[in-house]
Each structure stands twice: as C-alpha cells, then as structure tokens.
Design a protein around this ligand. Sequence first.
Ligand SMILES: Cc1cc2nc3c(=O)[nH]c(=O)nc-3n(C[C@H](O)[C@H](O)[C@H](O)COP(=O)(O)OP(=O)(O)OC[C@H]3O[C@@H](n4cnc5c(N)ncnc54)[C@H](O)[C@@H]3O)c2cc1C
Length: 374
Amino acid sequence: MPAVNNVLVVGGGLAGSATAIHLAARGIAVDLIDVMPDVAVLGSGITLQGNALRELHRLGVWERVREEGYSFDSVGLRAPDGTLLVEMPDARTGGPDLPAAMGMPRPALARILLERAGEAGAEVRFGLAVTALECDPAGVDVSFSDGSTGRYDLVVGADGIRSTVRRLIGVETGIRATGMGIWRAFGPRPASVTRTDLCYGGPCYIAGYCPTGEDSLYAYLVEDARNRGALSAGERLETMRELASAYHGPWDEIRAALDDPERIHYTWFETHVLPPPWHRGRVVLVGDAVHSCPPTLAQGGAQALEDAAVLTELLDKHDRVDEQLWTAFTDRRHARANAVVEASNQLGQWLLDREQGDVPGLMRRIAELVSQPA
Ligand SMILES: Cc1cc2nc3c(=O)[nH]c(=O)nc-3n(C[C@H](O)[C@H](O)[C@H](O)COP(=O)(O)OP(=O)(O)OC[C@H]3O[C@@H](n4cnc5c(N)ncnc54)[C@H](O)[C@@H]3O)c2cc1C
C-alpha cells in the first residue's frame, strides 16, 4: 500500500509534472496546480543532460521528447572569431542507449509532461495558487486562490526557487546571487549549429548556444550581474546584439536573427541548497524549491526530475508518511544535489576569479556521479 492516497502538487515545472506522473501512474489521486495561466508561457529553451533523459524515459515521454527536441553527443569549444578549437565527446550520463544531451523548447517539454500527467490520471489546473496550508498528523487542509479548499494526504511544493509553499510552512533558505547574469534568446537554428558550442573568451564569460529542434535554438551570453531591469525592450535587444557582436562563426547568423525583444530574457544566476529536512509535517519540497544552481552544468532540470523519481518511489515503498520516509528521501537526494550545486557554482566562480581551475576533473567527477541512477 502506498503511503498516500491523494496528493496536491504545487507547480507544473519539471519537478511538479514528474511527481504528478509518477504518482498518478501508481494509481494515486493527484491534483497538479500552477499559478501561470497556461503552459505556453513557461520559458524559452533548455539543455537536458543524459541523466535528465533517463528520467524522461522512466516517465514514458522519451519518444515524444526525442521527436520534438534535438539530440547531440559532443560539445565544441570555439574562439570568439568562430574558429573551432576542439570538439569533445560528451558523457552519456543516461546510459549508452540515450544521447549525451538534448535541447528542447521549454514550452514543448512542459506540454509533453503535462499531457502525460493528464493521461496518467492527474487533474491539472492552471491559474491557481495555494494561499494557506493547515497541517495535522493525518493530512493537510489547503486553501486556493479561487476561494476553494481541499484536503490531501500530502502536499508537494514544486513551485520553484521562490516557493510559496516553502514560505507557507515557515522554511527559510539562503538564496544568493552568484555574481553572473545571463542573456538568452530563442531563435532559428542556422544549419551550422548541430550541438552546443561554448566560447570562454571575448567580453562575456561564456557565449554559447544549444539547438532545440530542426528549426530552433537558444543562444546565451553570460556576463557580470548588472542592473539591467530598467532597460526598455529595444535597449534589451540592442544590448544583446552589441555583446554578441564580439562572436563569429555561427554567431553571425544567430545575431542577424536577433530582432524580437520578446524572445530575449535577462536574469541573474542564483543558488541555494536547503539542508535536510525538506519537509514539515505532510508538506515536502522538491526541485528548485530546495536546491538550485547556475546552469553551468545544465543539471537543474535533471536534479528536479530525480527528486520526483526518488520521492515517489519512496512513497510507494513505505506504507506510512513518517520520519523514516523523510530521512530516506534526503539521504538519497541531499548529498547528490548539493554536489551538483557546488560544482555548478565552482565553475562560475573560476570564471569570475579568472582562475584556470580543474574544469575537466570537475566535469568528470559530476558525470560519474550523475551516471549512477538517483
Ligand atoms: C537562466 C537559467 C537557465 C537554465 N538552464 C538550464 C538548462 O539548460 N538545463 C537544466 O537542466 N536546467 C537549467 N536551469 C535550471 C532549471 O530551469 C531548473 O532547475 C528547473 O526548471 C527546476 O524545475 P522546478 O520544477 O523545480 O521549478 P520551476 O521550473 O521553476 O517550476 C516551478 C513551477 O511552479 C509554478 N509556481 C510558482 N509559484 C507558484 C505558486 N505559488 N502556486 C502554483 N504554482 C507556482 C511556476 O509557474 C512554475 O511552473 C536554468 C535555470 C536558469 C535560471
């Protein structure tokens, strides 16, 4: 008997939709809510590493993801003038049957996961938030933003780095900016872009791109965190074009297609890891709500999916919600997620400090770690 019969999952990102799929597929009644009005507004592009692809396979969506995304098995290093310095095979951390990495448009990935959650039996609702949680030993009473209420055996807070659920259960976490900001643009894929290429020279710490489909890619430029919030749409576009003008090769075509400010986003890198426990009573937190890292290793999504897999496996194996279950959960997840966050931060810090650092050694260590199923 699973430890729970009905569950509220708050947040329809990777952690929340994966949690909902795993639970609903085991016959547990699941309500999944997201504060956003619909799936189309959920971001631009994402790089999924092999261990994320392994989780997507377990969720039963691999075929659909493969059809809509763009997979590759190597990473290139380029000089600012576009010269390809080296092409390195990327570790297949999801196993030999899956590619090393894949780019996807985020809305497509979200749609696939949420459709699968619905097919598995989860009730998915958008435009809805939680306003209050009352926990007792047997369950949780929940108030929603539309005035309705519900009672659940368990609430899963998968509502991201600024988690409302975390606040409602009184958990404090130390989110800090790492000192870097990232410009990202979603656009058409030039034929020359068939994998991620990175450039570590020029005016930016990192200039990179990732193909996300036959016709699409996202490109990014990482700089010192600056106060860019007051820029108008036109100024955002101009700033990204200006920074991109130092990069050539495929960047020439990428820059030429940078013409829509709506497709350009700027944000700071932030990080935190919540020490165990990750629950209070019958409310538990997963994904970015408990750990988040800058995307220097592109592991945030994978870690969110792994949280969901481990939590739901334990809820299935244990016949009650108790401290043993919660200890088993953080024993399996905290050290691994923490290692990924620390390594991601370290990569950024070496760049900020202009220090060489043992990048290959760090990458190898993390690849070995995440190659082991969570
Ligand atoms: C600039 C940037 C680039 C990144 N690139 C990559 C990458 O290439 N690869 C990778 O693996 N990771 C990447 N990451 C990290 C990755 O995006 C996250 O780790 C991952 O999305 C975490 O998933 P999540 O489901 O925990 O949270 P989120 O994706 O943040 O999802 C949370 C969901 O909760 C909803 N929500 C929020 N508040 C409420 C509320 N009060 N009530 C209901 N719903 C709510 C939100 O609408 C959202 O849908 C990147 C992060 C950043 C900042």
